[in-house]
Design a protein around this ligand. Structure first.
Ligand SMILES: Cc1ncc(COP(=O)(O)O)c(C=O)c1O
Length: 447
């Protein structure tokens, strides 16, 4: 074990959260960032800041990486989002090279002007057809799509009713659009109905946008989309579903939970990201009318005032859709699901519990933030790259190590990752108990 995993840890590095610094006070906008940096640095100096890491040669199943202090690590990689392992697929790379040769690397314009390319125009049609929707608007990132669709459609007198665990892009979009935001209990359609009833009892004039996800990115669970869409029809509301984590990689044909719930073409608005399965940055909003598409293109700022996907990004995603729809895509989905099932099986065998239903997101329960940080601190030297997730990204006391599975992970990768996690957890539990005893702390501090 290295020095860092034996060292005395100041309690402040094991407690507190990023929430503590979200609203810093004082007139000095720059100076008041210091509080966060001090806390972050304390964690960094104690090997407890596992964020902002960089891979050396891309998100492969085994990768070399370095943390933001330059400490190097090499290990099995369950921290990257490349569910069908398409980011280094030979066909994707060949397409990217060809398009770079032909078009260069930049769109050099917004989609509202001349930033579109023949690839982006084809990609819009491809996604519309894939989802059985009429029209698609592309965005530079998935985050921009989530933010942009809400801010683009909702005005201050309107209402946004959202699952309380909706992604940051959806929350931020709602906050930017209106003060009339209501959160319903996670996946609870009855709760949502109560809110809609109350809103419509008072307001029959303005719009209501109901927001949820096809697969939640921290809990790996899914709403009853049929029920939610029916509710929206009943209350004259509009449903938007974020399919960032299930489109392309879940379901026999890759249509995710919308496909599995037989809702293709029946959801009002589908929003997604390319960055988890389709080997590129970028996002989209799919809708059912040209009017909505044109409105978003000119009233949804990230689609209007931000440069379009580059030709190489659009062509990459187009090629990825081609693979997703092919026999090979189905085989990759099968391989991914076999890996997911295997990882969950081995975790359970090792006495490690996880959240949710089988998907590429397998979040292993740790509980307290302090314990989770100590577990995470041991992973690099044991040879596992996996992400720590803690409050406020998830509820307090529900910290977890998020494993993201790829189709090309081998059984050995999985077995090794679970062994490492088990060891790290056992060692960290002992250490955490130790740190809970103040006398022990003090003795070590003066030693
Ligand atoms: C549910 C969800 N929506 C949207 C996004 C944003 O997508 P991107 O990273 O492509 O901007 C993410 C990514 O983390 C996500 O998890």
């Amino acid at each position: 074990m290295s020095d860092i995993t034996n060292a005395y840890i100041p309690p402040a590095a094991l407690t507190g959260s990023m929430r503590d610094f979200r609203v810093p006070g004082g007139i000095d906008l720059l100076g008041r960032t210091e509080g966060f940096f001090k806390w972050q640095n304390l964690r960094r100096q104690n090997g407890l800041w596992p964020f902002s890491r960089a891979t050396e040669d891309g998100p492969s199943t085994v990768c070399s990486a370095q943390d933001d202090s330059g400490n190097k690590m090499r290990g099995v990689n369950f921290a990257s989002q490349d569910y069908l392992s398409l980011s280094a697929h030979s066909g994707i790379k060949a397409t990217a090279k060809e398009v770079i040769e032909r078009c260069g690397v930049h769109s050099a314009g917004s989609p509202a002007l001349v930033g579109n390319t023949s690839y982006s125009v084809k990609l819009e049609r491809k996604i519309a057809e894939f989802l059985r929707m009429e029209e698609v608007v592309l965005y530079p990132t998935g985050w921009a799509a989530g933010f942009g669709v809400i801010k683009g459609l909702v005005r201050s007198a309107d209402h946004v009713v959202m699952d309380m665990l909706s992604h940051s892009c959806l929350q931020e979009g709602a906050s930017a659009a209106t003060n009339n935001i209501y959160q319903f209990r996670h996946l609870d359609n009855d709760y949502c109905r109560n809110i809609l009833t109350k809103i419509r009892a008072k307001d029959k004039e303005n719009g209501i946008l109901v927001v949820t996800e096809g697969l939640f990115s921290m809990d790996s669970d899914t709403p009853d989309l049929v029920g939610l869409q029916q509710l929206c029809h009943e209350f004259n509301a509009t449903l938007v579903v974020d399919v960032a984590h299930d489109l392309g990689c879940l379901g026999e044909d890759g249509r995710g939970h919308i496909g599995m719930q037989n809702m293709l073409g029946k959801i009002d608005i589908v929003m997604g990201s390319f960055s988890k399965t389709f080997a590129s940055n970028g996002g989209f909003v799919a809708c059912k009318s040209r009017a909505v598409k044109e409105y978003l293109r000119f009233y949804s700022a990230p689609a209007t005032f931000s440069n379009a996907l580059s030709p190489v990004q659009a062509a990459t995603v187009l090629k990825a859709f081609e693979i997703v729809e092919s026999y090979e895509g189905r085989a990759q989905r099968d391989a991914l699901m076999a890996n997911i099932v295997s990882l969950r099986h081995h975790l359970r065998g090792a006495g490690l519990d996880y959240y949710g239903d089988p998907s590429a997101i397998v979040c292993v329960k740790m509980g307290s933030e302090g314990l989770a940080r100590l577990v995470s601190r041991r992973l690099p030297e044991l040879g596992l790259v996996a992400n720590l997730v803690e409050f406020p990204a998830v509820p307090k006391g529900a910290a977890r190590i998020r494993m993201q599975v790829m189709a090309n992970h081998s059984e050995q990768n999985i077995v090794k990752a679970v062994e490492i996690l088990k060891t790290a957890r056992q060692q960290a539990e002992v250490e955490f108990e130790d740190h809970k005893r103040p006398a022990q702390f003090e003795a070590r501090a003066v030693a």
